[in-house]
Structure formats: structure tokens, C-alpha cells
Design a binder for this molecule. Structure first.
Ligand SMILES: N[C@@H](CCC[C@H](N)C(=O)O)C(=O)O
Length: 304
């Protein structure tokens, strides 16, 4: 056994979108894409849809400019080791970690992400039960952008024999939202859906399939860029909410009233509102389930 430092980790989830959290306040850890993929491996590693490194903004070159506004930076990586701009469930789990570590109190805080600063509210009292201790966490997700189709034409999503038109929604990271008749039919999601035109998404995209459940109530499945099918995706649920609101003719910026949808994901339920100022707010659970230490010998051996 080596004397190398044994980095701490925690495991958490938000509506079963699960993450390995690695506290690294001073930004000392080198986590290569291969190391992230190894840690997120569900059989040979700890397992997770993504890895969240918790770094002081002042200690991370991508976040220094946000350090006056937000003390902490969410360095988010997908399970294949690729970097993502933003993770909506991840930011709630990040806030829960800060609360549990005694670094913040319930109430308001700001978190720096690659998509900019996100405002978070940790409710004081929690429901307990399956969602674990601690109140629900609300995140201000910023404004959704809905780019018009480019010269390549409208976006289409294809799985096997089936194709659907999709809405391009940007929540700081990219999404293609397709309304379908049947989530099971759309849902051979272990194979990545094909999205065209490729020019719409130069850096790849997350794909959401959506069905209606009732008035302002939808259900979705998601195939995440860099992670495959997951049980939830917060930015994806927000993209779905905004696409559904536009389809239903609900425009909070015009009507002057918030519009709220319930979005069911395979791992739970999220409540999402678009506010009159055009920003989107998402509320849901965030749970820490375990903590431990990474074995540096395993990481070294695993990476060869
Ligand atoms: N699960 C996330 C999104 C994670 C990043 C995504 N896979 C991407 O590459 O954009 C969420 O909850 O938003």
C-alpha cells in the first residue's frame, strides 16, 4: 500500500441521476478523462452518471472570474470523462454536499459553473423518507435559448426505424427535445439516438423523449451526451419544460405570470417554472448516500 494521499469521495444523487463527488477545495487533484471514466465505471469503479469536483472558484482557472460572486465551482465531468458546461441535478447535489460538510447553511448560495453562476436555495426542512434528509433544493437555471433551425434544416432524432422532429433547446448545455407517442418505443436508448443535422450540435447533444401525462405534466426519458441513458437529467427536464410550454402556447414573458410544469423522470419528479423574466427555476431532491476514500493504488493500476 502506497503512502500517496487518499482523496475523499462521496456518492449522491438527484432523482437518481447519480454522481461521484470529489472535494478538492484547493484544486490540487489531476483527474484525467481516463481517471474520471474509471471512477464512474459501475463495475470496476464506484459508478456514476458523472463526477463532480468541488473546487474553490479562486483555485480554478475556469472559475476565477466568478470568485467574487460564487465561492465554489462545480467542475462537472460526464461518465466517459468528457467535460460538460452544466448539470442541473448535479448542482443540487453539489449544494447538498456543501451543506453536509458545514461549508454553507440552508438558504441561498451561488455556485459557479462553466455555464455561469447559478443561484441555489436549500430549503430548511426536508421530507426525509426515500428522498433522504434535507429540504428540497431549488436552482435558478438561467434562460433557455431556443435557436431557430440553421441552414441544415430542423432537428430530427432517430432511434432504429423511428424518427421524430425535435426542438433545439440550450440550457447552458445542448438538448434535442422530441415529443413522442410512446416512451417505450422511443426508448431503446442504450443505443445513442442519431441527431441531424450534425451542424446544429457541433459538440454533441443530450436527447430527451417526452410524452404528456396531463395538463402541464409530462414524462421523459433521456440519453445524456457522454453518459448514455440516465434516470434523470435536470437541464434536460428544464429543456423539456420550456419546449412543452412553447408547444402549449405558454409564454411567461408575455403573460406576466410564471408557468409551472411537473416533469416525471424515471428516477423521480422535478417541478420546473419559467418566470416572467424568462429564467427557469427547478426544484427537486438531492441526497448524499455514502462517503469514502479513493485508493490511489487502484487508480494507478486501473490506469496502467
Ligand atoms: N445530468 C445532467 C447533465 C449532465 C451533462 C450532460 N450529460 C451534458 O454533456 O451536457 C443534468 O442534470 O443536467
Amino acid at each position: 500500500m502506497s503512502d500517496a494521499p487518499r482523496p475523499a469521495f462521496l456518492k449522491g444523487h438527484g432523482t437518481e441521476n447519480d454522481f461521484v463527488i470529489v472535494p478538492d477545495p484547493d484544486g490540487r487533484l489531476e483527474l484525467s478523462p481516463a481517471a474520471v471514466a474509471r471512477i464512474c465505471d459501475r463495475r470496476a469503479g464506484i459508478g456514476g452518471d458523472g463526477l463532480i469536483r468541488v473546487v474553490r472558484s479562486s483555485a480554478h482557472p475556469e472559475a476565477r472570474g466568478m470568485a467574487d460572486e460564487a465561492e465554489w465551482f462545480m467542475d462537472y465531468r460526464n461518465s466517459d470523462g468528457s467535460v460538460a458546461e452544466m448539470c442541473g441535478n448535479g448542482v443540487r447535489v453539489f449544494a447538498r454536499y456543501l451543506q453536509r460538510a458545514g461549508l454553507v447553511e440552508p438558504g441561498d448560495l451561488a455556485v459557479a459553473t462553466r455555464a455561469g453562476v447559478r443561484r441555489v436555495h436549500i430549503a430548511k426542512d426536508g421530507p426525509g423518507g426515500a428522498d433522504g434528509p434535507g429540504g428540497a433544493i431549488t436552482v435558478g437555471m438561467g434562460k433557455a435559448l431556443l435557436p431557430e433551425p440553421g441552414p441544415g434544416g430542423p432537428v430530427t432524432v432517430t432511434v432504429g426505424e423511428h424518427s421524430w422532429p425535435a426542438r433545439h433547446v440550450d440550457m447552458g448545455n445542448p438538448h434535442a427535445v422530441a415529443f413522442v407517442d410512446d416512451l417505450a418505443q422511443a426508448g431503446r436508448l442504450l443505443d445513442a439516438p442519431a441527431v441531424t443535422p450534425r451542424s446544429a450540435y457541433p459538440h454533441g447533444t443530450n436527447v430527451e423523449f417526452v410524452v404528456d401525462r396531463g395538463p402541464r405534466h409530462v414524462a421523459m426519458r433521456v440519453h445524456e451526451r457522454g453518459s448514455g441513458e440516465t434516470r434523470s437529467c435536470g437541464t434536460g427536464a428544464c429543456a423539456v419544460m420550456v419546449a412543452a410550454a412553447r408547444r402549449d402556447g405558454a409564454e411567461p414573458a408575455v403573460d406576466g405570470r410564471p408557468v409551472t410544469y411537473t416533469v416525471d423522470v424515471p428516477g423521480g419528479r422535478l417541478v420546473i417554472s419559467e418566470l416572467p423574466d424568462g429564467t427557469v427555476e427547478m426544484t427537486g431532491p438531492a441526497v448524499i448516500v455514502a462517503e469514502g476514500e479513493l485508493d490511489p493504488d487502484w487508480l494507478d493500476t486501473a490506469l496502467g
